[in-house]
Design a protein around this ligand. Structure first.
Ligand code: DON
Length: 304
């Protein structure tokens, strides 16, 4: 398969489409990003990777980091995680409060804000230095010590995080948060403020492509069964109320973030990350979705 040629062709096609949407503006620092950035990187298992455009520029991975958060909590807490949240798709926006009230403070899944906030609370109870320990985990999975938080983005999100504060307060009122709301949210905002390039992101998601083993170091992080479950959650919950659309048009487990990044994996074949900051109405990268749809069509490589 000539991935490099395919990526070059589909990037050209997708870049030529009319621009739709705008970068996320509710986090002021994200609104400052040049909307014309466009990068993609495909990392096959056991082969060299292929990048086009801005594939080595770092950007805010935002909600994509919820997958690393889930992986660390699942590794540490095992199935007891599912007493605190569910693993059903929400069919609602990423920051919705509606189901939380009906469902007594138990989030639908770990990839919506409510679920990730509960996962942060769980890790605050388990990690001696949560922010540092989580960063170390991501660096280990990425095999890259340059991965870091962008403090300016964490501060910017905290300053405007009224909806996340409402979510955390509602969960706490149902008794499903142990720690102080300020501490849980401070950790959550840092998690979302991790920066990576498409190249770094696709390499680190090889963990999920590769059955829970870091390819480069051969270290097992997750059991095969837990890796499959995380992939199932990405498939059904990774795009909020557009999870059906992504399964229908792309056909791979994946996760988006409001920084305009999307990462998707084909188990045992490849991991691919794309970055284009203009978002559609559901908060997912407009051209990122288009590019991945073309990729799986041209390579005949959906999981279905
Ligand atoms: O909590 C928020 O609003 C952001 N830190 C993360 C949102 C996000 O990336 C949702 N994804 N599409």
């Amino acid at each position: 398969m000539n991935y490099h040629q395919i990526l070059a062709d589909i990037t050209k096609e997708v870049k030529a489409l009319p621009d739709k949407g705008t970068p996320a503006s509710y986090i002021p620092e994200l609104a400052a990003v040049d909307p014309n950035n466009f990068g993609v990187y495909l990392q096959p298992v056991n082969q060299k990777g292929y990048g086009i455009g801005d594939f080595d520029k770092k950007f805010s991975i935002q909600s994509i980091a919820k997958v690393f958060l889930l992986a660390l909590a699942y590794k540490k807490k095992g199935k007891a995680l599912w007493k605190r949240m569910n693993y059903e798709p929400s069919g609602d926006s990423f920051n919705s409060l509606i189901q939380l009230e009906y469902e007594n403070g138990i989030p639908r899944n770990p990839l919506i804000n409510a679920g990730a906030i509960v996962v942060c609370d769980i890790l605050l109870d388990l990690l001696p230095n949560p922010k540092q320990d989580f960063l170390q985990f991501v660096r280990k999975v990425a095999v890259n010590n340059s991965i870091n938080y962008n403090e300016k983005i964490a501060v910017s999100e905290a300053a405007t995080g009224y909806t996340n504060a409402a979510i955390a307060n509602l969960i706490k009122s149902f008794g499903n948060l142990n720690n102080e709301i300020h501490d849980v949210l401070d950790f959550y905002y840092h998690v979302c403020a991790i920066e990576m390039s498409c190249q770094e992101l696709s390499k680190s998601f090889l963990l999920f492509t590769n059955g829970g083993v870091i390819s480069e170091t051969n270290e097992r992080i997750l059991t095969l069964s837990r890796t499959k479950r995380i992939n199932a959650i990405m498939q059904t919950c990774g795009f909020y109320d557009e999870a059906g659309e992504f399964a229908f048009k792309v056909g791979l487990p994946g996760k988006s973030g409001v920084g305009g990044g999307i990462v998707a994996i084909h188990p045992e074949k490849y991991s691919v990350a794309v970055w284009s900051p203009r978002l559609n109405a559901k908060g997912n990268s407009h051209k990122g979705m288009k590019l991945l749809e073309r990729l799986t069509t041209k390579t005949d490589s959906s999981i279905f």
